[in-house]
Design a protein around this ligand. Structure first.
Ligand SMILES: [Zn+2]
Length: 371
């Protein structure tokens, strides 16, 4: 079974770490769509070479990799699967695997905690959305989550044909037909409102031929109407794959626009000396104080630094021992640690692509709840 991103306990994962700052967790991301057979061997070799000096960690790495490889042998790649994610540590007796319907970049990372950044990014990008495909008497309602259709419902109503029959006057026929269509659309509207509210859908695409889609929009209640991202022309009998991927593109584009808007919001707040922080240290402190409403991160930004898992201190640069408690530290990407802190406190994260302003502000920033 493929895992829905929604069901990955990212908060739980973000709270798992080696209290002695040992690099004892392996995070394994595999693109199962185009398998690179050399990838695992190459990464294994590199990591083992580095860990050779530490017997405990070397053994942990070997045993953990063995478990991962056993899993790979036992579990076939599923039909719709595109990626596999495993977090494992033999020392901690920890093993979690997720089969995803989303493509992933190959990664094998040895760290003091599960490396969750790629998952956090996917969660930000692939929002669950609602799709309604309709014409004047038929409708298909979908919920699309993590690249796959999670829910599908078809509705149809016998509505008199466009051309009148019998002795009815043209005007009367048209009136009756219009009434029947409105009745049908009202029924769809009620169904959508109930379903999309229950499922916490925040984005909706409406598709179909002709003007039924605009008529539907006009009768939708406002709380649903403002969730519509786009209304597009489509053939009612369009294949599911095509209409779903078209809608996904629309949702992805919308997500990018929202990212840009949030950077503008951040800029405005900075100019007014309002509710904003930027730069690594200020942002880190605000995340840890639970002050951040929205954490903005440049997509591929990484900052070399260290973490002391014992007292949870994080900073840039290199330190062998923690300046606060004297414990051993581990080298980390500080941005990843920031993401983990944010996930632990349910802070929403927005990954921003190639935004020069955010990059100049230090690659990270946050819009604050309070100051
Ligand atoms: Zn410390």
């Amino acid at each position: 079974m493929l895992t829905d991103l929604k069901n990955i306990d990212i908060k739980g994962l973000s709270g798992i770490y080696d209290p002695e700052s040992r690099d004892s967790f392996i995070s394994f991301y595999l693109n199962t769509k185009s398998l690179d057979n050399k990838f695992v061997e190459k990464r294994k070799k590199g990591c083992k070479y580095v860990l050779k000096g530490n017997r405990e960690l070397y053994e942990n790495f070997e045993k953990t990799m063995q478990k991962i490889e056993e899993y790979l042998d036992k579990n076939r790649v599923e039909k719709q699967q595109k990626g596999l994610v495993i977090f494992a540590s033999d020392i901690h007796n920890f093993f979690r695997a997720y089969k995803l319907g989303l493509p992933l970049k190959n990664l094998l990372i040895v760290d003091t905690s599960p490396y969750i950044r790629p998952i956090a990014r996917l969660i930000d990008e692939y929002e669950t959305f609602g799709l309604v495909l309709l014409d004047s008497h038929r409708a298909k309602i979908y919920i699309v989550s993590s690249h796959k259709v999670k829910y599908k419902k078809k509705k149809a109503k016998d509505i008199m044909n466009r051309h009148k029959k019998g002795g009815m006057s043209q005007a009367r026929f048209q009136r009756l037909r219009k009434g029947a269509i409105n009745h049908f659309l009202k029924d769809i509207s009620d169904g959508i409102e109930k379903l999309f509210s229950e499922e916490n859908i925040t984005k909706i695409v409406i598709a179909g031929p002709g003007n039924a889609k605009t008529m539907l929009k006009n009768i939708l209640p406002n709380n649903i109407k403002f969730k519509i991202v786009d209304i597009i022309n489509a053939d009612f009998d369009e294949s599911e794959n095509i209409i779903v991927s078209k809608s996904e593109e629309i949702i992805l584009k919308d997500e990018k626009e929202i990212s840009e808007k949030n950077v503008s919001r951040l800029k405005d707040e900075i100019l007014k000396d309002g509710l904003a922080v930027y730069g690594l240290k200020e942002t880190r402190d605000a995340v840890r104080n639970g002050q951040i409403e929205l954490l903005l991160i440049s997509k591929d930004y990484k900052i070399r630094g260290w973490i002391c898992e014992k007292c949870q201190s994080v900073d840039t640069g290199a330190k062998k021992k923690c300046p606060y408690c004297g414990s051993k530290t581990s080298q980390v990407d500080v941005i990843e640690e920031l993401i983990e802190f944010a996930e632990r406190s349910d802070t929403k994260i927005e990954f921003v692509e190639n935004n020069p302003v955010l990059n100049e502000l230090g690659g990270v920033g946050g819009i604050l709840r309070f100051k």
